[in-house]
Design a protein around this ligand. Structure first.
Ligand code: SF4
Ligand code: SF4
Length: 280
């Protein structure tokens, strides 16, 4: 029948309208009090009716996988050895894969030698061109660039405010862990450490070299030398015993496997000689 869909739609709208008032009565208008505590009630799963979010006083929490303009991870200020250091090694992969090509990287150089160092001197993203695809974050081999949750970036001057430089892009690692705890944890499992890949590698290298260079205590050295000598003497005695037993029985000291191997070798040499003769 014509108009059934329309009637159904209007009924639904009416139901939401009525439920809004019932909800007001149920919560005693507490939900209209603009405080953070009441926002949970206003936007709770039990809430029914038509809801208006009073933005910007109230904001709906974004899901963890929400992605907006990228940012660069730097080490937290309280990091014991790498405070404020970039995770980015300026490898340039993100700039290469970025579809609209809105990333510019200036690689750092060692001031003494002039040779490139694995740190970006400059990093720029034009956020008006960025389409928030997240490719840069997906491809970065050092987990150094991540998609942000901060979507309030409007301004009156696009030239000075919408080209994000390194200073604006850099955010501490703890920030990433706070906005995306599950993803940060998964990445840590893949990396095998909460630390930057290179920092973890350096730490491993450092501990290995300190182990190698640390002097062995004299008593331990003497004990190892004695153990090695004993093992050598036992091996020599065992070998001599086997040889003596074999000679006493009149048997060849070779095992059957050795004989077979020698036979195969002889035949292979014969075949090789024949091939060489044919070729000549
Ligand atoms: S953010 Fe990642 S992919 Fe981009 S230059 Fe830095 S290390 Fe390379
Ligand atoms: S999110 Fe996409 S468009 Fe934006 S900088 Fe990264 S790769 Fe480029």
């Amino acid at each position: 029948m014509y108009g059934t869909g329309l009637a159904k739609g209007l009924r639904l709208t009416l139901r939401h309208f009525v439920e809004s008032y019932i909800d007001d009565l149920r919560y005693g208008f507490r939900k209209y009090h603009h405080s953070t505590d009441n926002f949970g009630i206003r936007q709770g799963t039990q809430t029914k009716g038509v809801i208006t979010v009073q933005y910007p006083d109230e904001k709906i929490a974004v899901p963890e996988r929400f992605r907006f303009v990228p940012f660069l991870i730097v080490e937290d200020d309280d990091h014991p050895t790498r405070s404020g250091k970039d995770w980015c090694t300026s490898c340039g992969i993100c700039a290469k894969v970025c579809p609209p090509q809105c990333i510019w990287i200036v690689r750092g150089n060692d001031p003494d030698t002039g040779r490139p160092v694995p740190e970006p001197e400059g990093f720029f993203i034009d956020i008006d061109i960025c389409m928030n695809c997240g490719y840069c974050a997906e491809y970065c081999p050092f987990d150094a660039i991540k998609m942000d949750h901060d979507y309030e970036l409007a301004s009156y001057d696009r030239t000075s405010h919408h080209i994000h430089d390194k200073e604006k892009l850099s955010k501490p690692n703890s920030y990433w862990r706070s906005i995306a705890p599950t993803r940060a944890y998964d990445e840590m499992l893949v990396r095998g450490t909460w630390e930057h890949k290179d920092a973890a590698k350096e730490a491993r290298r450092g501990s290995a070299s300190s182990r190698a260079s640390s002097p062995q205590p004299a008593a331990q050295q003497a004990a190892s030398a004695a153990a090695a000598e004993t093992a050598a003497v036992s091996a020599a005695v065992e070998a001599e015993t086997v040889a003596t037993a074999a000679t006493a029985e009149g048997a060849t000291p070779w095992s059957e496997d050795d004989a077979k191997r020698e036979e195969r070798r002889r035949k292979a040499l014969e075949r090789k000689a024949k091939r060489a003769a044919r070729g000549g």
